[in-house]
Design a protein around this ligand. Structure first.
Ligand code: F1P
Length: 350
């Protein structure tokens, strides 16, 4: 008998709590080499990757700059490969590359360009340290416990996100924040138990055929990742925008068939809730994902209820949204394990 649709993806989404626990086992071994690396002279840090790994880079660079006070930015791996002169500048940047497969051509090429120009080893966060990426550097944060068989990244990207959070805490010498991040795995199962039925309920509303994910700052990277999951797994027209940008034109596409998902941050909540209110008035169905309670009357609400701050709680926005994409795919008769036209890794000939 053949495999049922989505077996791997479902199992990988649901095992995130235990996988995150296992990720923390490696912190002590990584910590001292990371500290030495961070001491090297540099003025800026560049985070890079492709697809999910690039979206992780958006959030990670904001966390890094907030915690360390040093300039940090996300750059697409292909940009570094094609334009090293623009990004690998004379001010000795540090490079942090993320890749589940460890073989994505653009990420490997970006690392090679960086190594050729600076003679320095990048730091990598990967599920595949034994592959090409690991042959280019000895500085590795190993997420192989989060490896996957599904094509779309679920537990791998949230686990690598946690490693990026931890790297920033080590760089900023904030061990107390690592202790907060250590609480994340404990919130996973209660969140799934409470909101898995809601994910199924929203997924059954197949008349909603346009899904917008909104987030500010750190949460913008997470909104981008959520939009990619929805697109890859459920072949739904999905988009991601910073909350405030959505008013500047993109909102014109909102109809009664739109679902707007707001990944609300504590720091910017008031302004974000006004955007969600406005989208509701325009006819969209609104799903609010927030840590605290507020006066908004969305159609649906996921209350994360962690009391963790915006920097610490990031990965917890993802699991219920991954389940929403998974169930939508199942409703549409698709196989979430095998998105159309996408392979696990993009390898180019030249
Ligand atoms: C990056 C990536 C994935 C995407 C797809 C193709 O892979 O773009 O984010 O979902 O599977 O590859 P990697 O460099 O993290 O292995």
């Amino acid at each position: 008998m053949g495999k049922e649709n989505g077996t791997f993806t479902y199992q990988e989404i649901m095992s995130q709590g235990v996988t995150w626990e296992r990720i923390f086992q490696f912190i002590d071994t990584m910590s001292s080499s990371l500290k030495n690396w961070i001491k090297e002279e540099h003025l800026q840090t560049i985070f890079t990757g492709c697809g999910s790994a690039y979206y992780l880079s958006i959030s990670a660079s904001i966390i890094w700059q907030t915690l360390t006070g040093r300039i940090s930015r996300p750059v697409h791996a292909s940009e570094i490969w094609f334009h090293p002169e623009v990004y690998v500048t004379e001010d000795n940047p540090m490079l942090i590359a993320t890749s589940r497969s460890g073989e994505t051509t653009e990420t490997i090429r970006a690392m090679q360009s960086y190594i050729n120009k600076t003679g320095k080893e990048p730091l990598v966060i990967t599920c595949s340290p034994e592959l090409e990426i690991g042959s280019l550097t000895s500085r590795i944060m190993d997420a192989s416990v989060a490896s996957e068989q599904g094509v779309a990244q679920t537990r791998s990207i949230t686990s690598m996100y946690i490693l990026a959070q931890i790297a920033a805490c080590i760089a900023a010498e904030k061990p107390e924040l690592i202790e907060k991040i250590r609480q994340i795995p404990g919130f996973f199962q209660p969140l799934i138990d409470e909101y898995h039925p809601l994910a199924k309920e929203i997924a059954s509303r197949t008349e909603l055929d346009h899904i917008v994910f909104l987030g500010t700052g750190i949460n913008y990277g997470l909104a981008c990742e959520a939009h990619l999951k929805m697109k890859e797994i459920s072949l739904t027209h999905a988009e991601a925008f910073p909350f405030m940008e959505f008013r500047h034109g993109p909102k014109s596409i909102i109809t009664k068939k739109s679902l707007v998902v707001g990944l609300v941050a504590d720091q910017t909540r008031d302004a974000e809730l006004k955007v969600l209110e406005e989208m509701k008035e325009l006819g969209a169905t609104v799903l609010e994902v927030a840590d605290g309670m507020d006066d908004l009357k969305p159609d649906y609400r996921i209350h994360l209820n962690t009391n963790l701050d915006d920097i610490a709680r990031g990965p917890l926005y993802m699991p219920v949204l991954q389940l929403l994409a998974y169930h939508r795919a199942i409703m549409k008769g698709l196989d979430p394990d095998q998105p159309a036209h996408v392979d696990t890794v993009v390898k180019l000939d030249s």
